[in-house]
Write a protein that binds this ligand. Sequence first.
Ligand code: 8IG
Length: 274
Amino acid sequence: MSTHPLDDPAVNPFDVAATAALEIAERTGVDRHDIALTLGSGWGKAADLIGETTATIPAAEITGFSKPALEGHVGTLRSVLLPSGKRALIIGARTHYYEGHGVRRVVHSVRTAAATGAKIMILTNGAGGIKETWTPGSPVLISDHINLTADSPLEGATFIDLTDLYAARLRAIARSVDPTLDEGVYTQFRGPHYETPAEVQMAKAIGGHIVGMSTALEAIAARQSGMEILGLSLITNLAAGIQKTPLSHEEVLEAGREAEPRISALLAKIVAEL
Ligand code: 8IG
């Protein structure tokens, strides 16, 4: 029998998020957070650069959060005081859809961020690149997404507009910090296997430029909660068949480590402009 609150269909996931937000307020001493960031592979160092960390909490100690499943993913929530005086909540504990715990658990961190007061949600990830001009280590803006998981965080007849999901306003701010930032359509596959070369060609044919396993479902939940969204992918590898060599998780981690100082500094500069 599962004892996870989000596994009980009778439980309202927004109530669980509200409880988690109260716990975060208590543990951090910060009543409201203004911005939230989910830091995926390669982006973790941004946490140290955007401001002063005033509290660090193991995420698993907060209601609804699951233990991190993966190396390279930090299972902490951090409250950071920005130079502007704003407060950022840093989520270093992503639950992936491929873990099989259901989409409620995947988007719990995003709903919790909204419940802490965050109006801007920055979603970052490591991903595969389809555009031939991209090389491993390139950060790119997400302009839109294609959700190939056949799932949704929305339950019941909840019809939500996804136009300008990745806010043009925030993308323009990011480009004002780095005018060389390219952008592309993020295509979420279920994973955890990487795509076949044929699936990558399909993603390309339907308008995808980035392949990943995380961000689309989170962005939908962030929109439902009324947050403005900025999405950034670190291209850690070219997608299968685009690069001629097989993909390896080790290679992906290495590309993330190599790019981390550079892209984390970029993200910190972007956050300072928000
Ligand atoms: I890092 O090539 C990383 N995550 N789906 N495909 C998918 N997810 C990824 C990839 C990739 N690289």
